[in-house]
Design a protein around this ligand. Structure first.
Ligand SMILES: N[C@@H](CCC(=O)N[C@@H](CS)C(=O)NCC(=O)O)C(=O)O
Ligand SMILES: [Fe+2]
Length: 353
């Protein structure tokens, strides 16, 4: 299985990407709105076909990107039928199974943090995505959204602690940088429900957490009850001047064949050395040469009236140049993916025929 754990540092949320190795059919669990571009870049680079976007519950602290991802990737939104959300494509309940290629996730109802909380368990029972039910050495709060410490006690004891001892626990959040635990570890060391804890110990602990409400609760809950669907169905703004995609590394890249057809409307910045510029690989018609080492001090030579595409031998130095230009305030900038090596491989023209 292909597996990635992603993090949103603002809300301390973990997002999980799970995919079947053979078919590349995949699911994403608990994606965060502000991270949708990062997540789609990774999904594109790993060539995953997202079938389902899953939210473990209606979050109170951040807005989900479920609606955006479902729209952009053509996936279906999945939530518990007890969550009360509208716009859900697949309403699931305890015992349901969601398959992606040769892999599947079993739905376990684990209410307590909210009524509609789900724990997703992989078919081999090696991983459990517990959302805000059992967390690493903690548990999701139970003081709003229909929460109940008594119900959470039951959920954890009956649905999570009954999993194999070495089953990995992947929570919805961690506020201290911890990434993963196991059933055995939490049974032993969880300070709220581990060891000899009895129900009244757990409930007493949970009822006295004394946490302030999440800062975004008044925005997040109404929005998540619509699966993060924005007003007027506004999709996130896209780059419109050319076919630019931002990579998982955060670099705006542009398709070289489009660049070849639009050379006269672009400022082509070649950042190799003068020797390479006049060397074997050649250079693009009309390209300006500023070696990468000099870009920072020669910014005033670069025009602001048209998009800039940066180019070098393999697209590495030019991606650094693109970053320098973006940081310097140039807005329409992209790196020519694969550089002149790829340009040459594609037999794109170097000069007017
Ligand atoms: N300070 C955070 C609070 C986040 C919060 O309350 N998180 C919930 C999950 S939605 C929780 O259960 N936290 C458990 C804990 O902090 O121990 C915020 O303002 O967003
Ligand atoms: Fe939550």
């Amino acid at each position: 299985m292909i597996f990635r754990q992603l993090f949103d540092p603002v809300s301390s949320t973990y997002t999980y990407l799970l995919s079947c190795e053979q078919s590349h059919q995949a699911v994403i669990i608990d994606p965060v709105f502000e991270q949708h571009a990062r997540d789609t870049a990774l999904i594109r680079e790993l060539q995953l076909d997202i079938l389902y976007v899953l939210d473990t519950h209606v979050h109170a602290d951040h807005v989900t990107s479920a609606w955006v991802l479902a729209k952009v990737l053509g996936a279906e939104i999945v939530m518990s039928k007890h969550a009360g959300a509208e716009g859900v494509d697949v309403l699931v309940d305890h015992g349901d199974v969601l398959a992606y290629g040769d892999c599947s996730l079993q739905v376990r109802a684990t209410p307590g943090h909210t009524d509609g909380c789900i724990t997703y368990v992989t078919n081999d029972e090696t991983m459990a995505f517990t959302g805000d039910c059992l967390m690493i050495r903690g548990a999701g709060r139970t003081d709003f959204q229909g929460g109940s410490a008594h119900i959470m006690w039951q959920s954890i004891r009956e649905q999570i602690f009954t999993l194999p001892e070495d089953c990995l626990i992947y929570p919805g959040h961690d506020y201290f940088g911890r990434t993963v635990s196991t059933v055995a570890e939490e049974k032993r060391f969880n300070p709220r429900i581990g060891g000899e804890a009895k129900e009244e110990d757990f409930v007493g602990y949970m009822d006295n957490l004394g946490l302030a409400h999440p800062k975004l609760i008044d925005i997040a809950v109404p929005s998540n009850l619509k699966c993060g669907r924005p007003d007027h169905d506004a999709l996130p703004e896209e780059i419109t001047w050319g076919p630019v995609t931002v990579t998982f590394a955060g670099i705006p890249e542009i398709r070289p064949d489009w660049v070849a057809r639009h050379l006269d409307q672009l400022y082509v910045l070649d950042v190799r050395s003068p020797e390479e510029f006049d060397g074997e690989l050649g250079h693009l018609n009309g390209a300006a040469l500023i070696p990468l080492d000099e870009v920072r001090k020669r910014l005033d030579e670069i025009p602001h009236d048209r998009p800039i595409v940066t180019v070098c031998q393999s697209g590495k130095r030019s991606s650094m140049a693109a970053e320098i230009l973006l940081n310097a305030g140039f807005e329409e900038v992209a790196n020519v993916a694969g550089g002149l090596i790829q340009w040459s491989r594609l037999a794109l023209p170097f000069r007017d025929l």
